[in-house]
Design a protein around this ligand. Structure first.
Ligand code: ZN
Length: 352
């Protein structure tokens, strides 16, 4: 079967420590593979031990670990999709990541103090730092980092993040002031696509939240956009895999999935840690996949992803593995056991 036609049963995990490599491989071999998980998104946000720019490294997980994981991936038939956060989430809240610390010239809001009062600043006023969408020198650093991770894992699909980008077209940025948010967002996607897809021949995946029209879909300002950025959806190539995350119930359903499919995108809805919500989102996904076939839409719903926003350590991986082996279905737990329950549920439901 062509990998593009395969039903995607995906799990997401954050990794930055070399010492978890053994447990991660055990989790893949004994937990994920037996259930039929065929895609593992490993997020390095930002924790990777980069060789290309050692000054930008801030994790201990690096090439040797990646090669071990890549070997386990081949053995188990799991496709590794590294996640490298682009544009937004360049640090957490007021804190800057290593890239912006080393290169303040790439910061969209360089004057925002690192010791800013995150607790009393509403998320939508200032959430996290972005790199400047108009300073293309950033790619002199971003592309080598991306290429290094992709080479280390010997893989062919990259997730570029791009969720929750609020810091964009800032009025104090001399390069971006007055520019259109959707244009700047789409411009960034297209620059990344040119490198990742056109030049390298890899697939590109991204979070879909900024492309959802929140008001029309009945979404909140996290899973959909309220600032006009959503209009970028018509300015980017539709061969990008859209990971459309929704972590709360919505009685109106998730119509944005249908919008993406009609525009020709391949959509992978993503749930998190609440079994009932996962079940509902998967029902919605399957509904829109049926509708797409009936209407002869160009796009499709390709499967489902379960996210895990804890950074991997031995304890977490042990608990996930134990729960998966038990084929847990816990409706009340909204933590690790809830995540494992969601993984078990989607893999059983999406068995071919
Ligand atoms: Zn800017």
């Amino acid at each position: 079967m062509n990998k593009n036609d395969q039903t995607i049963r995906a799990v997401h995990l954050r990794v930055d420590l070399s010492e978890v490599t053994g447990k991660l491989i055990q989790y893949m071999k004994e937990g994920l593979a037996p259930l039929g998980v065929n895609t593992l998104i490993i997020e390095f946000n930002p924790g990777y031990d980069f060789k290309c720019f050692p000054e930008l490294a801030n994790g201990t997980f690096g090439r040797t670990d990646a090669q071990k994981v890549a070997a386990a991936a081949k053995e188990t038939g799991i496709r590794i999709v590294p996640l490298f956060m682009c544009l937004g989430h360049q640090g957490w809240r007021f804190q800057k990541n290593t890239l912006l610390k080393a290169h303040p010239e790439f910061d969209e809001t360089p004057d925002m103090p690192e010791d800013g009062d995150a607790e009393n600043t509403p998320d939508l006023v200032f959430y996290c730092h972005s790199w400047c969408a108009s300073n293309d020198d950033v790619y002199k650093y971003v592309f080598p980092m991306i290429d290094e991770i992709m080479t280390d894992f010997e893989t062919d699909c990259l997730h570029v993040g791009m969720d929750e980008v609020f810091s964009l077209a800032n009025e104090n940025c001399p390069r971006c002031k007055g520019k259109n948010r959707a244009e700047l967002f789409a411009r960034t996607v297209n620059i990344l696509h040119d490198h990742i897809v056109t030049e390298k021949g890899w697939q590109m995946m991204m979070w879909a939240d900024r492309l959802n029209h929140a008001e029309v879909c009945g979404y909140h300002a996290w899973e959909g956009d309220t600032f006009g950025t959503w209009q970028a959806v018509d300015k980017i190539p539709n061969d990008i895999l859209l990971a459309d995350w929704h972590y709360e119930m919505n009685e109106k359903g998730f119509p944005g999935i249908g919008v993406f499919v009609e525009k020709g995108f391949t959509v992978i809805p993503a749930a998190w840690r609440e079994l009932k919500q996962t079940q509902f989102l998967l029902d919605e996904a399957l509904k829109y996949e049926r509708l797409a076939k009936e209407k002869g839409a160009k796009g499709r719903v390709a499967g489902m992803m379960i996210t895990c926003w804890h950074t991997a350590n031995a304890e977490l991986l042990d608990e996930l593995l134990t729960s998966l082996k038990e084929h847990i279905q816990d409706e009340d737990d909204k933590s690790i056991r809830g995540i494992a329950s969601s993984i078990v549920y989607i893999t059983e439901k999406l068995k071919e």
